[in-house]
Design a protein. Sequence first.
Length: 355
Amino acid sequence: MKLSVGASAAALIVGLAVPVAVGPAQAATTSAASSTPTRAGAAAAITVRGTTHDGPRVIKYTVSTPSLAMSTKTPVSVDVVLPAGYSEHPHRRYPVLYELPGTSNTANEIVNNTRVVTLTQKLGLIVVIPDGGYNGDGGGFYTDWVDKSTRLGVENWETFHTRELVPWIDTHFRTKRSRAGRAITGVSQGGFGSMSYAARHPDLYGAAAAFSGAVDIHHGPVCVVGADVLISAIMTGLNQVEPFAPFGNPLTDAANWKAHDPGSIIGKLDGTRIDLYTSTGVPAAGDLSSVSVLGTAAMEALLHQSNLCFKRAADNAGVAYHWHGYLIGTHDWRYAVRSLADYLPRVMSFFRTGR
């Protein structure tokens, strides 16, 4: 199965899949560092190319790794938001929330647009936001790509995020190094990543949340079609690679799709705290003045169906979850902020109680 899209379709995907952005944050200082790369799949594989401090709480790294061939030329970002007073409590350890970007989003955009720094001001929490693609391209869909022969080369995003970045963060910061002290969330494509990673690596994450996430790409029959079209359009239109480079052909590589699809492996999330945030796509009155409202409304409606497919899979499997469904809401940053603001007290409660 092969689907190609041209420039006009690529523009449509950008309009649908990317929340409305705001201006960039101002960085304070910049420095550079490097180390000798080693084999992929371990913290030592990460080479720090540069470090920027954006205020007293935000450290922005640019890094490369053999797991991401393009990162040697185009380093990826890892932004770390520290709790207030981190340096004043040298013996205190903190829980960690990983936050994954959506299609065409960067780590910096997540920091700038979700108000994560302000929302965590009074929380004893470290937040880690890694890139999920290069310079806001279509993203890697949070998997080790089946196709290693594209123009991007080796694309092992899952290896980077789970086997390299997590231990790297635990080595460089005072974290609680257990699933009870670690949670993961993401917006849109990042919501797929958060649920897929939590299911495939239950030893790493005790809680997972998705904000308007693509949480079912191969289980529900209706959602399979939508996911095939969306993923292939992102890959061809934004990444200029084969339509199914990340997971392989949906027919001949169906087992690989199922192995990464949260709806298909829902049983592996049993025992993980799950929170799903989704809206129907109905815009609020204040949204109507936006030139992108039709695209953001349509995208949210599409991803709402993905959440319904995941919900049915969880219900059928008897897996518990927390459903946060809204009538009003489009695929816009303001609703990502709404979701994050609601989720943070819940995840902090999880870190205290395990529930």
